[in-house]
Structures are given as C-alpha cells and as structure tokens.
Design a protein around this ligand. Structure first.
Ligand SMILES: [Zn+2]
Length: 451
C-alpha cells in the first residue's frame, strides 16, 4: 500500500515537471516561429520613431501602445495620466575645436535637460580625466573655461553595466561640479566603450543653488583627439545649442492585463519604458523591452494559459528623464488597494538572454535560482541577486515583500548604441529579440505557477 502511494506521488511529480517543461517548450516555439515582436519593434521604431517625454512622438507612442494592446485582445487596456518634463533639443547644435592644428567641426549632442548657449559660446578648454579630478581642482584653474571631462568607461569590467555605473555621473553631475568652479560650459566624453564618431546623450541635472551652464557630449574619437591637442597647447572650444525646457506635459503609462482566475488582486507586472531619447529610434533602449513585455503576455494568451494571478503589462512613460511613470504607477497601485507580488522589467536591450537578476530577500533569490532547472536548457544560467529596473523600482517602497526582477541579456553591445543615433531597429537581431520574449514569457509562467 505504502509503496503504491509512493509511486503515485513520484508519477505526479514527474507529470508536474513534464508539464512545465513541455509548456515552456511551447512558449519557445511560439516566440521563435510565430513571433510578433520583431514586426512590433519595426513599427515602433519606424512608424513612431524616437519618443522623448513631452514630444509629439511620445504622444503617438502612447496611441501606438494602446492600439497594439487592444489588438492583442488583452483586458482592461488603460491610459494612466502622468505629468512629464518637456525638454527639446532645438535645431541648432554645433561644435568646433580650434587649436594650433587649425579649426575643425565636430559632432556634438546636448545632454538632456541642458540649457542652450544663447548664441555662440567660445572659451578655452580645460581637461579632467574624471569627475573626482574636476572636484579637486580650483576656481583659478577653471573660471571662464569650458570643462572637458574625458573619463572613459572601464573596459576591464566584463559586465558593461558595472563600467557604466562607474562613469555616468560625469553626465549627470558634470555641469554642477564645473559650474561650482566658475566654468562657462561642460563637454563630456560619451559614456560608451567603442571608439567611434557618435556622441551619446542622456540626462543631466542642475542645482538651484549653482549657476546653470550648457552641457554636451562629444564622441570617444573626438575626445581622444581633443585630449592630444591639449597636450600640444591651448585649445578653444566653440558651441551653439538652442535646446530648452518647456512646461511639463500631460502623458500616460499604457497598461493592460490578463485577469487571474484564482488570485486576481495579486499582481505580477511586466514592463519597460515607452519613452526614449530623441536620437536614433530607441530600439534597444527601450523598444526591445516594450515588445518583450507585450509578446510575453501575447504568447501566454495564444497558448490559452489561464493565469492564477493577474498578469499585467505596463509601458512606462518617462524613465529617461524623470521616472514619473514608474512613480505614478506605484502610487496608483496603492490607491487601488492592489497587492503586487512581483514585477519584471526589461531595459537592458534586445540581446541574447542570459537570465534574470532578483532584487528581493535571500529566500526570493533562492526561489528564482530554482527556475534554472527548467530554463538552463534554453541557455539561461544567470539567476542571481541584482538590479530590478528603474520603472519598477518605486513599487518596492509600497510593497515590502515584492520581488523585483530585471531581465539580463548579454551586455557587451548595449552601450555601443545607448542614447545614440545608432540605436535603430537595424541594430536589433530578430532571433535574439525573440529569445528574450520567450525567456520573459517562461519566467511569467513559472512565477504565476509557483508563487
Ligand atoms: Zn532604458
């Protein structure tokens, strides 16, 4: 009798495991041979284009998102109001280097949030190899000059996000630190690894107590050249920027869901940010995440999966320069008395999936690691403690026990395209994108079944 009971248990165990692995196989089959993500991404990049918060393109992206979610037949498609900053690059954006070797025009990109130059700004350049070196300098060195912060990303890190983390403050804080010492403008080396001619933008900010000065990025190759010229003698930098800040605009998070049949008030969110910088097409950052999230849900619906919990997709607005969408979504969740148990974000590009990071308790990290049993065969081996995502971050303050999960693709090429004109649809590989959709859809399935 006991022996028979034991066998029954074992068979049930095997059945359960087989069910999971065969369902995950179906998810991958859908993504890889009947996937819609690549065409969705083409449409977002080409029919809408770059979509900076507050722009007409961002408004079109909201319409695009709502239509796509409705077309997929999800429930409760909803636009959540979000007030967002509105900054525009303008039409004049030029830079020149004038040295002993002569005058040369170079590519320049204003940093997001920068004031304009109000005509042509010209001054002698002073170079610093890091933000710390600038902070240690003095007013007598810097006053009246344009500060050039030539801090490269550390190429010895294997994970490029670690190198980015050690470097991006030159973009955010450069203008404040330079202005404290009397600089009239700041130019930074683009926060990227490859040596090329593309400047990379990104957000910067000011302090009310410090005079605002214009702030722009130049390419890595131009940074190297400028540095060499400075060894030879004095260099004058000239730039004209007519970027400016407008009053805040009304925009939206775009939301849809599949209602849970057992625990509809327990929510698993999967999302990405709909806004992008105004250069390129926001393909990897974060168009890929948008279509990852939508496709992950579409596949579950296509396979007629009925989730136990409510699975919700959110296209967040304004991650790049304010995170107003992420903050508003967390607030709405509290206001509605919802219970959020997990949130997944894809915002590291559309590259080959490696696995997932977990921002949660020790138990939650261990729980995530158990998913490797079913997902290792799909080349997903990274299940570890790490960062969730900017948009889902504010949920953590509201829901103490929530498990935040960041999708982790290969990081080697992300910063080649990040915030640059090269971040276009053509830089995304179809299969790599589809594998990401399958990985996230499988994760949703496993979380829903096991939480
Ligand atoms: Zn992003």
């Amino acid at each position: 009798m006991k022996v028979i009971f034991f066998f029954v248990l074992i068979s049930f165990g095997i059945v359960a495991q087989n069910t999971d692995s065969s369902f995950i196989r179906l998810i991958y089959n859908q993504a890889l041979s009947k996937g819609k993500a690549y065409e969705d991404l083409r449409s977002l990049c080409k029919d809408v284009g770059a979509r900076l918060s507050g722009s007409s393109e961002a408004a079109m992206a909201v319409q695009w998102g709502k239509e796509r979610l409705e077309l997929n037949g999800f429930e409760n498609v909803y636009l959540q109001e979000v007030k967002v900053p509105h900054w525009e690059r303008g039409t004049k954006e030029s830079g020149w280097i004038n040295s002993k070797d002569g005058l040369r025009k170079i590519n320049i990109l204003a940093l997001g949030g920068s004031i304009g130059t109000n005509g042509l700004l010209e001054a002698e350049v002073i170079e610093f190899k890091s933000l710390v070196e600038l902070q240690k300098s003095s007013k007598s060195n810097v006053e009246g000059k344009i500060v050039f912060i030539n801090q490269p990303m550390n190429e010895q890190f294997v994970n490029t996000f670690n190198a980015y983390g050690g470097c991006y403050s030159i973009r955010g804080e450069g203008a404040i630190e330079a202005s404290k010492l009397g600089a009239v403008g700041v130019v930074i080396r683009s926060v990227t690894l490859p040596m090329d001619t593309h400047p990379h933008t990104g957000s910067m900010h000011y302090l009310d107590s410090v005079i605002k000065i214009p702030s722009a990025a130049i390419s890595t190759l131009d940074s190297e050249e400028l540095s060499k010229l400075l060894v030879k003698g004095k260099v004058k930098f000239s730039m004209e920027l007519d970027c400016r800040v407008f009053p805040d605009e009304l925009s939206y998070n775009v939301i849809a869901e599949i209602k849970g049949i057992e625990k509809p008030n327990e929510i698993i969110t999967v999302g990405a940010h709909l806004d992008s910088w105004d250069t390129g097409e926001g393909a990897h950052d974060d168009g890929a995440g948008i279509v990852h999230s939508m496709e992950a849900l579409r596949i579950l619906k296509e396979l007629n999966y009925k989730p136990r919990h409510t699975i919700r997709v959110v296209f967040f607005m304004n991650e790049e320069n304010g995170n107003k969408g992420g903050i508003a979504y967390a607030k709405r969740s509290i206001d509605r008395g919802e219970n959020h148990i997990a949130a997944i974000e894809s915002d590291r590009g559309g590259f080959t999936p490696r696995g997932f990071d977990c921002d949660g308790s020790h138990e939650q990290v261990q729980f995530l690691k158990t998913f490797g049993k079913n997902l290792n065969e799909y080349d997903l081996f990274h299940f570890d403690r790490g960062f969730g995502g900017v948009d889902i971050g504010p949920l953590k303050k509201s829901f103490e026990k929530i498990m935040l999960i960041g999708f982790v693709p290969d990081s080697q090429r992300y910063f080649d395209f990040h915030h640059a004109e090269t971040d276009v649809f053509e830089s995304v590989n179809k299969r790599e994108l589809e594998l990401g959709c399958a990985a996230i859809s499988s994760l949703l399935y496993m979380l829903d079944k096991k939480m």
